[in-house]
Structures are given as structure tokens and as C-alpha cells.
Ligand binder design. Sequence first.
Ligand SMILES: Nc1nc2c(ncn2[C@@H]2O[C@H](COP(=O)(O)OP(=O)(O)O)[C@@H](O)[C@H]2O)c(=O)[nH]1
Ligand SMILES: [Mg+2]
Length: 231
Amino acid sequence: MIRTGHQLENALTLKSRLISLYEYLMNEQDGVTASKVKQLGEKLEKREFTIAFCGHFSAGKSTMINTVIGEKLLPSSPIPTSANLVRVKSGEEYAKVFFKKDQPRLYLAPYDYELVKNFCKDGDQIEEIEISHNNSSLPENAVIMDTPGIDSADDAHRIATESAIHLADLVFYVMDYNHVQAELNFLFTRELTQSGKDIYLVINQIDKHQEEELSFRDFKQSVKESFASWG
Ligand SMILES: Nc1nc2c(ncn2[C@@H]2O[C@H](COP(=O)(O)OP(=O)(O)O)[C@@H](O)[C@H]2O)c(=O)[nH]1
Ligand SMILES: [Mg+2]
């Protein structure tokens, strides 16, 4: 990649804006938003490009991410799990686990992959997991986020505002073929679109389509119309 003088200037301007914003928010005693701004600054520093996968439990997010990475790093299960936030990136091999109450723990390779996979499913005690993998097909500086499953309007709002979505450059919203027209999907998509996110809708588990029940053309048309009717 070639960085032009223009891009460099933009990054510097952005950095100084983030610093001013951070100072302003701290003065206003809004530590929560300030810490999000700080995370954005760190992301800018590392030149990270982040892709978030969001969606209902069992839509197939983790399976899809494993396919992209080229390895079964994340647990995928037919039983809906209250998973936590998992960040996957390429680099030296380690896993870092952030607990809700305890200090974070770092697992250096060779570590117990099954243990870390189980941590990924523990949404009660664990806040976030960072997995760095040296054999992934992810480009350097790219980060993939697997977000907790959405199961209610409250979840949709929480994931959109409280999780790490502010760090996402791109959002893939994954839906199961059989649940595309759920109200939750429209709510979440609208909330993210209104906050200015680039969001791509992914209809997964397309093998469930039965052409004799409904033609693919009609299916596609009705999905387009429904999303359009929600703006
Ligand atoms: N039929 C079908 N099943 C899938 C597909 N993708 C994933 N699954 C299954 O759906 C279940 C949930 O997948 P998972 O990746 O854990 O979903 P997540 O909760 O969104 O992360 C698992 O049993 C997967 O094997 C697909 O394209 N077609
Ligand atoms: Mg999952």
C-alpha cells in the first residue's frame, strides 16, 4: 500500500481531533464516551481495519468467520450460546482473555485451544477475548470481531451502542435464511445505518432455500421490499 502525503495529513488531523475530543469529554465527566474515543485513537495508531460480524444467535457468524480465517478458531454450535466479544487478528500466536471481574489473562502459544474456545462461549464471566493467529488468511492490520448474539430489541440496541461497534469500519449483519424478515433485523440495521455505519446484509444458510416452495426471485424481491419499507 502506498500512503500519500494527503492520507498522512488526514491521519494527523484526525489524531489531534480525537485528542481534543477526549479532553473535552473528560472535562465533561463522560468517561464512557471518552474511553471509546481513546480506543479509536489506538485503532488509528495501529492502522487497524475492523470488520464486525453481528446477528442473531445461530445465524452462522462464527462458522463464517472460521471460513474467512481458514481455521476453526471460534466455537460454532447448533445450541445458541451467550457468547462474548471475540477479536481475531493475524500475528504472533496468543490469546488474551478479559474477565468481567478478574485481571486479564494472557495465553501464549502453545496454549489450550479448547479452553479458549470454551471461554468464547462464556458470556457471563468474560467480557472480551483477543485471539492472535499466525497462520490466518487475514491481512495484517485487519481485525475481525465476532459479537454476542442478538435475541431481542434490547440486545439489538445494546450491541449497537455498548459493544465495540464504534471500532467497526464495516459491519456484516448475518441472518439465517429462515429468519430474514424478523423485526429485530430491521431495527438493528436501521439503528446502525442511522449512526453512519457501512452495513452489509448477509443472508446465510441459503441451503435451506426450497425453490419449489418459493422462487428465489420472489424471495429476493420480498426481502428488498421489506428492508426498503424500514428505510
Ligand atoms: N444448514 C446450514 N447450517 C449452518 C450454516 N452455517 C452455519 N450453520 C450451522 O448453524 C449453527 C450455528 O452456527 P454458528 O456459527 O455457531 O452461529 P453463531 O451463533 O451466529 O456464531 C451451527 O450448528 C452451524 O454448523 C449454513 O450455511 N447452512
Ligand atoms: Mg458464534
